[in-house]
Design a protein around this ligand. Structure first.
Ligand code: OXD
Ligand code: MN
Length: 580
């Protein structure tokens, strides 16, 4: 197979001349091709079969131990102008970046196969979807992209019908952390990645395309590319509200998107549309609609069990690629908090011992088709997407942020999103557990200057009066002993219920300087065994802590200088004064 698209053919030719692969394979995205690739990897030893009785069609990939997470310090936005990228990104001039990458790519695929992977982010028939082509020397990337995207012939046909496409070039190189870069050229719609096989660095359709490049395109074209799950909340009357929620990596988006209601709420139902990325467009009526550009879940494995996330636990019993988990002695995948079985081999392939660390890497992952999830919404395939009633921001904060609060206006909601801060997790290399600013959970993913990004968000209020309400949640408050104050998981449904009641104007709230908080009796927690004083603290604010927070947040906003939108500065000032 090749292509009728001249630009694509020429680019493949040009890359092959530089990287000099032994052969070139055009991927058609068929199941046969997937099976062939799996067999090839089994022969090469880069994939191993798991117990086929308990886990049919499941495989384990162990990565290089130095290549287990996103590398934010090696990720660059190479716009013509540094200011466009903003201080929130690393920047390199495009020519300089290309020269650096050309040196790395020179002959890097000798003796290897280069796979041409056409893909579509979003349903093939959706006008909101966007195409790309990834050239890669990694069979692991090919099988993951097959699950993650609409990959192969159908995507190529879209490109051949004239769709523009993002050009992504990827080579695992020597997997040397010293020779590893992830470069984005938003003006040229292209990505160059070298030296890593890890998901966010190597599966270019996901973070590189669907967030960094797409956020840039979205700004130009008037839509939003966000780090958000999308869920449908069906009430006992059969009415479904759709919610999009942005939390930083490894802060529970997958769990919320697949939530199973507690016994008391058994007549409610959560439908999953997506667990990581949402593309949001205004339709002709001014309604914000969301599609999920992905077709799989690339989720964090540790902590997944029959109690925390039954849907995810069940869906990864078959047809799943595991990366960097441990194994039991009968060859089942094993991870911390799985709650069943014992590890005998760790994620480095060594015999397991408590002293040598966890059996599964804290950022070990499953890749599984979205259709394996019992709660998968059929509307996830709808070309027009789903109407969004509420946008929810959140982070992992031991203190400060209450369980839930609501913005008083769209502008206020944008300020709340810009103020998201969260403790870092193992999803990126670096220290874990330090609070950092992560506006809209997009710190690692916004492909341009945050100040411009906030202006873009604000501009939506000028285009429609039907915008969703904006909320902030925090499931992670702790007491001095480090115990969580809120049970989380399925019980989060109680908070979602309050959110949609607020959207429908069905419940009053407690107006505070930072926004509307639930009245103590608006969320029923009578059966949750929460101390009344603890409950009160979850639905109230500590003015001293908030004054401190607003002052630090103000310094952060000021670091964006004259580019900071005035509306945001004014809103920040208004809330600070109300707290003073
Ligand atoms: C992810 C991430 O893999 O955010 O989704 O790191
Ligand atoms: Mn993510």
């Amino acid at each position: 197979m090749t292509t009728k698209n001249q630009a694509l053919a020429a680019w493949v030719h040009e890359v092959a001349a530089l990287t000099r692969p032994q052969n070139i394979v055009w991927c058609d995205g068929s199941d046969d091709e997937y099976d062939r690739m799996v067999n090839l990897m089994l022969e090469e030893g880069t994939l191993s079969p798991l117990n086929s009785q308990t886990h049919p069609n499941c495989y384990l990939h162990l990565s290089d131990p130095q290549d287990v997470a996103r590398v934010e310090h090696l990720t660059f936005i190479c716009s013509e102008n540094a200011e466009e990228a903003g201080d929130n990104n690393n920047w390199l001039a495009p020519e300089q970046a290309k020269e650096k990458m050309a040196g790395l790519y020179d002959g890097c695929m000798q003796g290897r196969t280069m796979y041409v992977v056409p893909y579509c982010m979003g349903p093939i028939a959706s006008p909101y979807s966007r195409c790309g082509v990834e050239l890669t020397d990694s069979p692991y990337v090919v099988i993951n992209m097959k699950l993650m995207t609409r990959m192969g012939s159908a995507a190529l046909e879209r490109i051949e019908r004239g769709d523009s496409f993002v050009k992504g070039l990827h080579s695992v190189g020597e997997l040397d952390p010293e020779r590893r870069f992830i470069m984005h050229f938003p003006e040229e719609l292209s990505i160059m990645s070298y030296g890593s096989g890890y998901g966010g660095n190597a599966l270019l359709g996901k973070k590189c395309h669907a967030l960094r490049i797409a956020s840039w395109q979205a700004r130009q074209e008037g839509w939003l590319a966000e780090h958000m799950l999308i869920l449908g909340l069906e009430s006992p009357t059969g009415e479904t509200h759709y919610i999009a929620a942005a939390f930083p990596s490894a802060c529970g988006k997958t769990n919320l998107a697949m939530l199973i209601p507690p016994e008391k709420y058994k007549d409610w139902k959560i439908w999953t549309l997506g667990d990581d990325i949402a593309w949001l467009h205004l339709d002709d009526e001014g309604q914000l609609r969301a599609i999920n550009p992905e077709a799989c879940y690339f989720g964090v494995v540790p902590g997944t069990n029959a109690k925390t996330n039954r849907n995810a636990y069940d869906m990864i019993q078959q047809n799943t690629i595991f990366t960097n988990v441990g194994k039991t002695d009968d060859n089942q995948p094993w991870w911390e908090d799985k709650k069943v079985g014992e590890p005998s081999v760790d994620w480095k392939g060594n015999p397991y011992s408590v002293e040598s660390g966890p059996a599964a890497h804290p950022n070990s992952r499953f890749t599984v088709s979205a259709t394996e999830n019992k709660a998968y919404s059929s509307l996830a395939e709808a070309p027009e997407g789903v109407p969004i009633s509420a946008i929810v921001f959140g982070g992992r904060r031991k203190e400060l942020a209450p369980l839930v609060y609501e913005a008083k206006s769209w502008e206020h909601g944008v300020l709340i999103g810009a103020g998201v801060a969260s403790e870092t997790t193992a999803a990126a290399t670096g220290e874990v557990g330090v609070v950092r600013r992560d506006p809209m959970a997009m710190k690692p993913f916004c492909g341009y200057n945050f100040a411009d990004y906030w202006s873009h968000w604000l501009s939506f209020a000028e285009r429609t009066d039907k915008l969703p309400k904006i909320f902030h949640v925090n499931w992670f408050r702790q007491n001095d002993e480090g115990e969580f104050l809120w049970p989380g998981f399925g019980e989060n449904l109680r908070v979602l219920q309050w959110i949609i009641q607020r959207c429908d104007g069905e419940v009053s709230a407690n107006e505070t300087a930072i926004g509307y908080l639930p009245n103590e009796d608006s969320i029923d927690v009578s059966d949750l065994n929460i101390d009344p004083a603890v409950w009160r603290s979850l639905v109230s604010i500590n003015d001293d802590q908030w004054r401190q927070e607003m002052s630090e947040f103000g310094d952060y906003l000021n670091s964006f200088g004259g580019k900071l939108p005035k509306k945001l500065r004014d809103k920040h000032q208004e809330i600070s004064s109300a707290l003073a």
